[in-house]
Design a protein around this ligand. Structure first.
Ligand code: F6P
Length: 280
């Protein structure tokens, strides 16, 4: 496990430099979700693949930018699913983006996730790793220095509602509005990593990416985005559920690019989600 975390750190340092210095613009390709790839998506994917290939415990990698998993070392123990540069369309407007990693044993599914991590490329570069606890580090020079253990409170003040409002189901709209009516403040950049990081660091709130009339299964991918963050929220004392109130980490996965509606937050807000969704 340590060598995988070290590979993630080396990748983060290289991707930070690429974001700062490399050319923006589109590559000549689309990813398997049909999204046009940026040159930075492709470069970040290559960097992570190169660094994970140096970790002998990694058997298979699956990237949001690749259509299928790739076995890199038959005798490795772990499978790593990653989103190399989540929210990459925000780079041109200079908002924060991130890399997300899920480490699995056996196969890619919620119950098989054993650890996860993400990197936020913001004004500073930070790394959060969740094995037993959720721990936050900051890049200083070439070193990631420990900052704090992340712990969510019982209730927060932030509301980060994703997806196209026009297609929200009525019960979802009521949920979001009820939180605003209680005084919650809107925080939504359109980057999953900084949006979820903000709630974690500020100690509570709700991030939701629901199923909608146009996309009943939501947008966020289980293996690369949802399961890794579900683990981090739970390790920080929070909750991560789907639209039926089930723990996200109990969900299986068919195709590696499968998506699911998802809700991440502290106890109070997740209880609210259950209340409004049970009424639906
Ligand atoms: O998966 C890509 C992504 O950019 C996430 O980082 C983010 O949470 C989401 O899409 C934003 O989607 P929308 O603009 O539909 O709310």
């Amino acid at each position: 496990m340590t060598e995988i975390i070290e590979a993630i750190k080396r990748s983060a340092i290289r991707i930070r430099k690429a974001i700062n210095e490399e050319e923006l613009g589109y590559a000549q390709s689309a990813n398997s979700s049909g999204e046009q790839q940026l040159k930075l998506d492709v470069l970040s994917d290559t960097i992570i693949e190169e660094e994970l290939a140096r970790a002998s415990s990694v058997k298979t990698i699956a990237s949001e930018e690749k259509s299928d998993p790739v076995t890199i070392n038959e005798s490795g123990k772990y499978l790593v699913g990653y989103d190399p540069l989540d929210g990459s369309s925000l780079v041109d407007v200079n908002l924060s983006v991130g890399s997300i990693f899920g480490i699995y044993e056996g196969s890619f599914s919620g119950p098989n996730l054993v650890a996860s991590a993400y990197v936020v490329y913001g004004p500073r570069t930070e790394l959060v790793v969740a094995t037993i606890k959720a721990e936050r580090f900051r890049l200083e020079g070439e070193e990631f220095v420990f900052m704090q253990e992340l712990a969510l409170g019982d209730k927060g003040k932030l509301n980060a509602p994703g997806a196209t409002q026009k297609y929200w189901y009525p019960h979802h709209k009521e949920l979001v509005e009820s939180l605003f009516a209680e005084g919650y403040r809107l925080r939504y950049s359109g980057g999953m990593v900084p949006d979820l990081h903000q709630i974690l660091v500020k100690g509570g709130g709700l991030f939701s990416y629901p199923g909608t009339e146009d996309k009943p299964k939501g947008k966020l991918r289980k293996i690369f985005e949802v399961f890794p963050f579900a683990n981090i929220y739970e390790k920080a004392g929070g909750y991560a559920i789907d639209e039926s109130g089930r723990r996200l980490l109990e969900l299986g996965c068919g195709d590696i690019h499968e998506t699911t509606p998802c809700f991440f937050g502290s106890r109070y807000e997740i209880e609210k989600v259950k209340e409004y969704y049970e009424k639906a």
